[in-house]
Design a protein around this ligand. Structure first.
Ligand SMILES: [Zn+2]
Length: 411
């Protein structure tokens, strides 16, 4: 594999607070080898003069559902899961993977819908389809009749829970996703205002997962649900709620991440009518996002010192892969991030830490995998420039150039 020398590029490295101007970056064997403000002798490297462009680490979406299509006219993810054949779900995965790469996303953390994302992960790994690296939970764990039972694994009682975690790990799950509460708008048979599992069940689930070296992330949209999950040792909380102060203190102290997923309600309020969502549903989303308190829980989390990462809940109605940019923007708009740079860090270096892959991903530094995006201009002043990246590289290989997938092949 020929070395690549990127010349005269402004750099957002995923960790620094400012843009590093006029850098030279040498890539060898799929990793960043050298980065310098001085000229680098690249030998016979392929040279790309990127004057006027900005390079940043490949983006990471911490909350995806590759097997769901955000534009499915049913506007109902459970219906998709029940109706779609495995082939159709696989096609949806491929389309989403393609779109993710096109907007500079080089890693996604898939949080379930049956076993499809595990297959998608292997297909990308084998080079059968181009796509970002997939870190997959497999089907979500839920109580009998709990949220997402249609495409998850139901488990109740400590014995059944231990067996289910082991089954997921046996099948190759990279992490465990748990539906810790119900949902106010996705019908399920369990009350939304209390945790779905008993404390003993949740503790058993997390202990078993940790013993097998898997992190646990918990869907929790109520204060009680988040509190139970964090008390029992969860590594990450999905969505947001009116957290208890004590929960946020524990999260900050233990390094539990929060992925607030703001774009779902926002985009459904904006685009739901066009997709065919019922007027009542669209109205309720609009009321949610226009309420001053919408992001209050997440704002309090930031104030308490909790680390936030960017995740979209892609696959939910109106939330396509490109919603990652909206999500970053909303972190700023709702006051969770002081600036776009903070939002970019949450979609790169912090997101890599959520995956436990911070030594490999999420920043441009010697030794790290050469996942990167090159955009014309400055994404700090125009985040939407990321929608049309000039180049997207994964592990030192060009995956997308000016909107066109470059090639299909194993990385
Ligand atoms: Zn989700």
């Amino acid at each position: 594999m020929r070395d690549i020398l990127l010349k005269n590029v402004d750099m957002i490295d995923g960790q620094s607070d400012c843009v590093l101007r006029g850098r030279q970056v040498l890539v060898r064997e799929g990793r960043f080898l050298r980065i310098s403000s001085e000229p680098i002798d690249g030998g016979d490297a392929a040279v790309l003069d990127l004057t006027g462009c900005t390079i940043l680490p490949g983006l990471i979406d911490c909350h995806a559902h590759l097997a769901w299509d955000a534009r499915d006219p049913s506007a109902n993810v459970m219906q998709q899961s029940e109706n779609d054949s495995a082939t159709r779900a696989g096609v949806k995965c491929a389309a989403n993977l393609h779109e993710y790469l096109s907007v500079g996303v080089t890693t996604v953390r898939d949080l379930g819908a049956d076993w499809h994302a595990l297959e998608a992960r292997e297909a990308v790994r084998d080079g059968a389809v181009p796509g970002p690296r997939v870190v997959a939970a497999g089907p979500m764990m839920t109580v009998t009749g709990g949220l997402c039972w249609q495409c998850g694994l139901e488990a109740d009682g400590e014995e059944s829970i231990r067996r289910t975690v082991r089954r997921l790990v046996k099948a190759g799950a990279d992490l465990i996703k748990v539906m810790g509460t119900g949902s106010s708008h996705l019908g399920s048979g369990i009350p939304v205002d209390q945790p779905a599992f008993t404390d003993e069940e949740m503790r058993t689930l997390i202990e078993t997962s940790h013993r097998l070296g898997r992190r646990v992330t918990v869907h929790a949209t109520t204060a009680y649900g988040a509190h139970q999950a964090v008390s029992c040792g969860a590594d990450c909380i999905e969505h947001h709620s009116d957290f208890f102060d004590e929960t946020l203190e524990m999260m900050a102290e233990r390094g539990v991440f929060l992925v607030p997923t703001l774009s779902g309600a926002y985009l459904q309020a904006r685009d739901g009518a066009d997709l065919g969502m019922s007027p009542a549903a669209v109205e309720s989303r609009a009321a949610t996002v226009h309420n001053d308190d919408y992001a209050r829980g997440a704002q309090r989390a930031v104030a308490a010192g909790v680390q936030l990462a960017v995740g979209t809940d892609q696959g939910s109605p109106c939330v396509p892969p490109s919603a990652l940019l909206t999500e970053m923007q909303l972190h700023v708009q709702y006051g969770l991030a002081d600036d776009v740079m903070t939002a970019i860090k949450r979609a790169t270096s912090v997101a890599a830490a959520v995956l436990g892959m911070e030594d490999e991903l999420g920043s441009i530094a010697p030794g790290k995998l050469a996942d990167f995006v090159v955009v014309d201009g400055d994404p700090l002043s125009d985040l939407q420039s990321l929608e049309r990246p000039h180049l997207v590289y994964r592990e030192g290989k060009c995956a997308f150039e000016d909107g066109v997938a470059v090639k299909c092949g194993a990385i």
